[in-house]
Design a protein around this ligand. Structure first.
Ligand code: AGP
Length: 610
């Protein structure tokens, strides 16, 4: 999951590439580099670390030109150091390449080319690409023929862009599996991992599909399919606006996105819930006839989206009465699930580029299942490879730790379950009206929770040195416990584990000491008494209790060391409320520990490798 960008046009290519890479830094930030054709010569500058480290290098040793490529890396093969940083060049340093993905058969090429005198410097898979191109050019092939050869023979998932010193007006590219988009501006052309890197100069886009390759000039895109046939291109207007990418008054995207949740949920409610008690998904092409006969649903998703899928399972079984199973995407593909004709697969993915989830979709299609994807990026690979999509409508989520996309997933899954129940006449109009009234109160309740964010900020000061956390929840809030643990561990680097409350006594209770805070998610619900027993079990072992409880509950705060009240709500809505203090706890604890919430170490926003 690296970020790649390319530019050809009248502007200073160095600044265009640096701006683009900064926008793509959420995709990986182990190292960064650019290659430019500067007065006829290929110049490469690359550095370990973040974009700001590359900027320092360029300040001391700038480049000029009007065509170039850039890369920000999440290391797959080889240490994240300067040698392994992209761009990579051929032996004679006439060709430079930036790449996102994995060339799975690179060792074969590397061995053959080494025998033929090619000199490799890095441990990366990527470095074989410029050498393959160089080798073919030396045999008299054109660059276009060499690119076609790559599409024919490279295996794995890739999106790469190449520049060639002798063709200083062309950005060559090829795509199979990793995202790549062409952007057109005024007499300038762009290539990027996503459009956020190239707006506002790029005003129109073309998503590059699998097995497509070609080149970009200042004026246009030359696109070919896997057999070399030139394809017509129909650019579409880019909707994303620069304002979406601005942190505003917030110190981090993650905090901004936490605070965006009430208004985001209001927009989803407004867009999907009609006054006469219906739920609408205009973007889904699935017919009511088909949806009415779905007998089983398999959900495949990863990370936070998997937690949302766990809640979606409860919604779909309780409200739509459809047997539903949830799998971690990377496991789904090995399970060989039994799938009959009326089994539908739901994929959940904020980025729409998660390789494991995409593999799950391919598995589903191999079993002739329809695939409905809940995605935040409706032009993403997962969106394009699904039979139908539901747009999360969360707006761009930049912070690596998913927050607003999660609550958007949970709400959209709830509304979809109500939609299916409506098709099957399973919820009376009166009951739906009551549910709608409760759902419409959620944004205001989250606003109220956010108004007490300072409580979590104060708590975080006590956890600066904490080494371990346990999170416990039951039923609707078992996934909340997993999500709270994931948020904390991925941005504060504290080891945190989430468990079903009922599992606590089957092993995890052995972890409890006075040094281990235990977050107990215990709102008023049918499982409250059982959760209170968990609290007593922790207390009996002198564990530190952090309780998330409903307003009006006096018993729980009396038993806890830290307690945070959330507004009362029907239990099926508690996951939307209880996760908010956990998001804030993770954020403020990360800040207390001097961590960078938007770019946690070793992580990237979209995991496009398996
Ligand atoms: C969430 O905070 C994590 N960054 C990660 O687990 C993420 O949810 C997971 O990689 C799935 O991403 P997706 O929703 O884009 O498929």
């Amino acid at each position: 999951m690296c970020g790649i960008v390319g530019y050809v046009g009248p502007k200073s290519v160095e600044s265009v590439l640096l701006v683009g890479l900064t926008r793509l830094e959420y995709r990986g930030y182990d190292s960064a580099g650019i290659a430019v054709i500067d007065k006829g010569d290929l110049e490469i500058r690359k550095e370990k670390g973040k974009i700001k480290d590359l900027e320092k290098l360029l300040h001391a040793n700038p480049v000029e030109g009007s065509i170039g490529i850039g890369h920000t890396r999440w290391a797959t093969h080889g240490e994240p150091d300067r040698v392994n940083a992209h761009p990579h060049a051929d032996t004679r340093r006439k060709i430079a390449v930036v790449h996102n993905g994995i060339v799975e058969n690179y060792q074969k090429f590397k061995a053959e080319l080494t025998k033929r005198g090619h000199v490799f410097h890095s441990e990366t898979d990527t470095e074989v690409i410029p050498h393959i191109l160089e080798d073919l050019l030396s045999q008299g092939k054109t660059m276009a023929q060499a690119m076609q050869h790559c599409v024919d023979h490279l295996e794995g998932r890739y999106a790469f862009v190449a520049i060639y010193e002798r063709e200083p007006d062309r950005l060559y590219f090829a795509r199979n599996g990793s995202p790549l988009v062409y952007g057109r501006g005024h007499k300038e052309g762009f290539l990027a991992s996503d459009v956020s890197a190239i707006i506002p100069a790029a005003r129109e886009q073309v998503q590059i599909e699998n097995n497509q390759w070609g080149w970009v000039t200042r004026d246009t895109l030359h696109l070919h399919n896997g057999t070399g046939t030139e394809l017509p291109v129909t650019p579409v207007k880019i909707e994303l606006k620069l304002a979406h990418l601005d942190k505003g008054d917030f110190d981090h995207y993650m905090l901004k996105e936490i605070y965006e949740q009430p208004d985001m949920l209001r927009r989803i409610i407004q867009a999907r819930m009609t006054d006469d008690g219906k739920v609408e998904f205009p973007e889904s092409v699935l017919t009511n006839e088909y949806q009415g006969r779905i007998s089983r649903i398999l959900i495949t998703s990863a990370g936070t989206s998997w937690h949302a899928g766990m809640i979606g399972k409860i919604y779909l079984e309780n409200f739509a009465k459809i047997a539903t199973e949830v799998d971690i995407s990377s496991e789904f593909r090995y399970r060989n699930p039994i799938a009959e004709g009326d089994t539908m697969v739901i994929a959940i993915s904020q980025s729409g580029e998660t390789a494991d989830t995409l593999a799950g979709i391919h598995e589903a299609k191999a079993k002739f299942c329809r695939v409905l994807s809940f995605v935040n990026n409706t032009t993403s690979t997962i969106a394009r490879e699904s039979d139908a999509i539901i747009d999360l409508r969360a707006g761009p989520e930049i912070g690596v730790a998913s927050t607003k996309a999660y609550t958007a997933q949970v709400l959209n899954l709830l509304l979809y379950a109500i939609h299916l129940a409506g098709i099957k006449w399973l919820i009376s109009k009166e009951d739906r009206q009551i549910m709608f009234q409760e759902i419409r109160k959620v944004p205001q309740k989250i606003d109220e929770i956010l108004s007490r964010a300072h409580i979590l900020k104060e708590w975080a000061q006590d956890f600066r040195e904490t080494k371990d956390f346990v999170f416990l929840g039951r039923h609707y809030n078992h996934p909340t416990a997993l999500e709270g643990a994931l948020k904390l561990k991925e941005i504060s680097y504290i080891h945190a584990s989430g468990y079903a409350g009922g599992e606590f006594k089957h092993g995890p209770i052995a972890l409890i000491t006075e040094e281990v805070p235990v977050v107990c998610i215990a709102p008023q619900s049918e499982v409250y008494e059982k959760m209170f027993s968990n609290i007593q079990e922790v207390k009996a072992r002198k564990g530190k209790i952090i309780a998330i409880h409903s307003e009006g509950d006096e018993q729980t705060p009396a038993a806890a060391d830290y307690s945070f009240a959330i507004p009362q709500a029907p239990d099926y809505l508690n996951p939307l409320l209880a996760v908010i203090p956990l998001q804030l706890l993770a954020y403020y604890t990360a800040i207390e520990r001097g961590c960078e919430p938007d770019q946690p170490r070793n992580l990237a926003k979209s995991v496009t490798v398996e």
